[in-house]
Design a protein around this ligand. Sequence first.
Ligand SMILES: [Zn+2]
Length: 352
Amino acid sequence: MKFADIIGNREVAALLRNMADSSRVPHAMLFYENDGSGALALVLAFVRYLNCHKRSGGEACGECPSCRQMDKLIHPDLHFVFPVNKGPKSSDDKPTSDSYIKYWRELACANPYFTEADLQKTIGIESKNGLIAVAEAKSLISKLSLSSVSDGYKAVVFYLPEKMNPETANRLLKLVEEPPERTLFLFITHSPENVLQTIFSRCQSIRVLPLTREERAKVSSLRKDCDDSEEVEFMDLFMDIMNAIVSGDLCAALDSIEQVSVGESREKQKAFCIFASECLRKIFLMQKNLGSVADIPQEYEAFFGQISSKCGKLFCVRIFPELTKAVSLIDRNVSSRIVFTDLVNRMFISVK
Ligand SMILES: [Zn+2]
């Protein structure tokens, strides 16, 4: 990943480049972003630049042995930690990131803007929660105790530290506080409030901004292979549910929601709630005669126009908090069938 290829977040890229140029690199940094905004792309460009021996014009050379290994994410001083669980793609009884590293590399090389749900799907644990367990801490401690292979920095890219339990964090704390020389911890979080305070307080935090509409369009073209279909699937489902609700057919709306409430991963269920919130925002803006700023794709203009005229004025205001609540209940492992049935019922009674 080159700095020039980063989509959005120019200021963060410039900050990282300056740190490397001035050799003032904090040993622990925490990048916080909305899922899929490109923190990983920034981190990968940063580590590649930092370890290149022939930097010029603010970019790594792309040709030295370090750059070549970085481009394939196989540099021996580049380590990855991410949430995992048992699944069909690994026979390990206590899986760690290494159990799935092949899939991680393929995904991150193809599209470093992947989402949490993309990762779960790629490593085959869609129906489970990913965790960073204590086996991971043991493995990392032993890797970092070895001396660097090259004379550059060792870097640990730590994706979603909020999925680490306190025992894992305790094991790693000393390492984060007093890392071996020229060792960096680069944490990427989607939920900084859930990162254990003991880790959070030792990091320099960096905000990675959400992407603009144009930037998101560029990312979508990268994502085409992995996940373009999800948005279409969610839109079809949202349309089915809303059309059933406005025509007074609760049974049809409940049938439709089963597509997501039964047999889908929690990450995908949460992603649908977030998608539905975005659709409600569009309906709300149309009801306020602000359709021009609602960013509605042409093919869905008729749908949003029709639905916004059929929903009561308070519908969106009532349902927004219900969607936020649904995400939090799914996170707390409440039965998704109950959560979604309740959600659809509430939409049905709030529509007029
Ligand atoms: Zn190089």
